[in-house]
Design a protein around this ligand. Structure first.
Ligand code: TRP
Length: 462
């Protein structure tokens, strides 16, 4: 690309308009399907309060440092995930961390868009009143009908991608910023309402106990590794999402502050989701360890038995749709920014082409989510398409990306450059913080990640 083109591309680049916009967009990326079923379910399963404690430590020593590193790379270069590395280290292989991120964005989207499709479909069904006279048997049939299809899961996946693609075509300010600034506060209100309803149910105490009791005897090595993986997935790390969003941050944004606020708020949303779900599950004597099915098979049932149940059910699936959608905006934006800045596509074409690719390949996930699905029996080494997309992205690409980012920041860049950017050219006094940050990103973060990574690919078994 010529210098002239470079300059035009740079000057025409959008940023968010304010610190508040930065916060809501970034939080919109972090808050997603991960909060609403993964976090509460894993917390309950791995020892409640004790697991929470480990999760906080993972956020502190791995999540926050990597997030800050990604913010730095993005805002310093004002480029997409691939272009950013190329600008910092022009003749080297580092840009392939970005390439890996692009691959991870596709893989995550292939199955995430499918699950989001189920959520949209459930919202539609709730509005239609399909769950009003629901029974334990019929809720199961409804769920299997939704995921087996074969037409409905694909159709709803296409609708999801049309919404996500449509918002992204509008751009960083009119699309991402406007949507996240409107919907994130609404999501917060809805989740608080659902939480209040849940803790006022008879028997709710059991649910809170399940979620928050501290039982160190359950703190296995597996629990620690799970907490680490969750921290990555939750905070959208390891694949360039936070590089891309960081590249839209305002120049005066306090990056340390944003990282801390986003991590804290994301955790609060996760706990509110747990507070909304578990008391309800216990109050109605249901199985708390049901995983992904928990959301789809128990929530309609529990809400149907309450006063204003259908209204709450609609609110619940509406907030889940918001969470999934704003998270997907950040995943697909990695692709849109890459296509438009590196490959010369217009923003509009980049959004359309990627939505089509995601629907096209993601269809394989939609058709392999259940044993009884059309492609439910097609497996390679014991996993179907759906599971492979999830496994390769979450267990391999994200921790590997995080590790490379930590090493890149800790060993291959100048500490002074980083200090200058993180202190907004000296406007913030962060000398001590920077020293602590460097010790963590150089030694602690990589060491912890190596352990997780070796475990995830099965080299060490814990
Ligand atoms: N954090 C989101 C969730 O909890 C998912 C997500 C969005 C994500 N962007 C990401 C996960 C980038 C990993 C990497 O649902």
């Amino acid at each position: 690309m010529s210098t002239l083109q470079n300059r035009t591309a740079k000057s025409g680049r959008e940023t968010f308009t304010s610190g508040l916009a930065v916060f809501f967009a970034t939080l919109g990326s972090a808050v997603g399907l991960g909060n609403i079923w993964k976090f509460p379910y894993l917390t309950g399963q791995f020892g409640g309060g004790a697991f929470l404690l480990v999760y906080f430590l993972c956020i502190l020593f791995v999540g926050l440092p990597v997030m800050l590193g990604e913010f730095y790379i993005g805002r310093k270069t004002r480029k997409n995930a691939v272009g950013a590395f190329q600008q910092l280290k022009p003749v080297s292989g580092w840009k392939h961390i970005g390439t890996m991120g692009v691959a991870a964005a596709y893989l995550i989207m292939f199955f995430y868009s499918c699950v989001a499709g189920w959520v949209y479909y459930y919202l539609y069904k709730a509005v239609k009143g399909d769950f009003i006279a629901i029974t334990p048997e019929s809720v199961k049939t409804q769920f299997t009908d939704v995921i087996i299809g074969p037409v409905s899961p694909i159709l709803w996946q296409v609708i999801v991608m049309a919404v996500v693609g449509g918002i992204l075509i509008l751009g960083v300010r009119k699309g991402i910023e406007r949507i996240t600034k409107t919907l994130m506060p609404l999501l917060f209100v809805l989740i608080v309402i659902c939480g209040i309803r849940a803790i006022t149910l008879p028997g709710a105490y059991e649910g809170l106990k399940f979620l928050f009791h501290v039982d160190f005897s359950q703190l296995s090595a597996a629990a620690i590794l799970t907490a680490m993986g969750l921290a990555f997935f939750k905070l959208s790390l390891g694949m360039g999402t936070m590089i891309t969003y960081g590249s839209y941050f305002t120049a005066d944004n306090n990056l340390f502050g944003t990282a801390a606020k986003v991590a804290l708020s994301d955790t609060i949303v996760s706990m509110l989701a747990g507070i909304a779900i578990f008391p309800t599950v216990f109050s109605f004597g249901m199985e708390p360890g049901a995983g992904p099915g928990l959301l789809f098979m128990t929530i309609p049932l529990v809400f149907s038995k309450m006063p204003f149940g259908n209204l709450l059910l609609i609110a619940f699936f509406f907030l889940t749709s918001i969470a999934a959608t704003t998270a997907m905006l950040s995943l697909v934006e990695v692709l849109v920014a890459y296509f438009s800045e590196e490959l010369g596509f217009s923003r509009r074409n980049a959004a359309i082409i990627n939505a089509v690719i995601i629907c096209g390949v993601g269809m394989l996930a939609a058709l392999s989510a259940d044993q009884a699905s059309l492609l439910g029996n097609v497996t390679f080494l014991g996993r179907g398409f759906f599971d492979w997309f999830d496994y390769i992205s979450s267990n391999i690409l994200l921790p590997m990306g995080g590790l490379f980012i930590a090493i890149f920041i800790g060993y291959f860049l100048k500490k002074d450059d980083i200090k200058k950017e993180l202190s907004n050219q000296g406007n913030l006094t962060i000398d001590k913080l920077i020293d602590v940050y460097f010790v963590i990103i150089r030694y602690v973060t990589p060491a912890l990640l190596v352990i997780v990574f070796l475990n995830s690919i099965g080299i060490i078994k814990v």
